[in-house]
Design a protein around this ligand. Structure first.
Ligand code: ADP
Ligand code: MG
Length: 311
């Protein structure tokens, strides 16, 4: 099969969306942004051996390549609409492509996002997804909007994916839970949209709570105290390892794809209600103050790094 046959077989799907004026098959896609909305664009690349093991299940890779991008749109409060896919493959392996596209479209269909274009090249296995979302004009949530005195909070359990990545054994009945948390993250899209207009700042947690909350704080020029006892740990993680290990994973391991939020104390009940309506939760960790950086109360022993950094 040549490049065009591969695209036709694995990546061309009918899209039921009148806003897609031109999709896969032309030189570029043409997309209609409705009046009164803004386009929110993000891109993330997954490299074999860095972001996933070369032996990982192709369907998991497909799912996750999209999930990490939808998570970034979620952190902006955007509704995901369209995606493009840049795929670099060492060879045209039809088993791999069938699995990859299955996982990719499984998640795309859940959020009704259409694949409108991409690129296919030969080389070391690398996957780049660009995601396009919409927000009503001037309502996107940014990292920089936090206010002094805001609460710092997260939308769900942290550390599960990090635990799965360590390869440590879990109780048999929890093994699948950890596998899903690492390989099939559910991007907090509905959560991001539901807190739009209710929170002052947001970031998605991909590199660990410490690193990502620090990005939010730096952008907002503030510091924060995090009460480590308030960090939400799943019952499965609490059962699988000791508390210090669980906290270390939650703080530094990453791949959680939950939201970290800054909100006014007066908005707490409203935000919690909004998140519960979409099956997420509001866990308040602490408070923002003048200054910079994160202070952990009490400190967690044995924290070696603050998150994953490529360079
Ligand atoms: P060009 O040579 O003009 O850059 P390409 O040969 O790269 O065009 O792609 C042909 C068409 O197939 C384009 O519409 C492009 O968006 C689409 N396409 C290429 N790769 C993919 C992919 N992996 N997934 C979806 N669409 C793709
Ligand atoms: Mg091309």
């Amino acid at each position: 099969m040549n490049e065009f046959d591969l695209i036709r077989q694995y990546f061309r799907r009918d899209i039921d969306d009148v806003a897609v004026r031109v999709g896969v098959g032309d030189d570029a896609a043409v997309l209609q942004v409705p009046d009164g909305y803004e386009l929110v664009v993000t891109m993330d690349t997954l490299v074999s051996g860095v972001h996933f093991a070369a032996t990982a299940a192709p369907a998991d890779i497909g799912w996750k390549a999209l999930a990490v991008n939808l998570s970034d749109l979620a952190a902006m409060g955007a509704e995901p609409r369209w995606i493009t896919l840049g795929l670099t493959l060492p060879q045209a392996d039809s088993n791999w492509l069938a699995g990859f596209s299955q996982g990719f479209f499984d998640l795309a269909e859940q959020f009704s996002v259409g694949l409108v274009g991409g690129d296919l090249t030969r080389g070391p296995l690398t996957i780049t997804v660009q995601a396009h979302g919409l927000v009503p004009a001037a309502t996107a949530i940014t990292r920089s909007g936090a206010q002094c005195g805001d609460l710092l909070a997260v939308s769900g359990y942290l550390g599960d994916a990090g635990y799965a990545l360590t390869g440590s054994g879990a109780a048999d009945n929890d093994a699948d839970y950890f596998r899903q948390r690492l390989h099939r993250p559910h991007p907090p899209v509905a959560a991001g949209m539901s807190v739009r207009g209710r929170v002052n700042a947001a970031i998605d947690i991909s590199d660990g709570l410490l690193a990502d909350s620090d990005h939010l704080l730096a952008a907002s020029r503030l510091g924060a105290v995090i009460h480590t006892d308030h960090i939400p740990i799943s019952p499965q993680l609490a059962a699988a390892c000791d508390r210090q290990t669980a906290l270390q994973l939650a703080l530094t391991a990453g791949d959680d794809y939950e939201l970290c939020l800054a909100l006014a104390a007066a908005a707490e009940d409203d935000v919690r209600t909004a998140l519960r309506a979409v099956n997420r939760e509001l866990y308040v960790l602490g408070c923002l103050h003048e200054g910079s950086g994160v202070q952990l109360e009490p400190a967690v022993d044995g924290l070696s790094q603050s998150g994953y950094a490529h360079f």
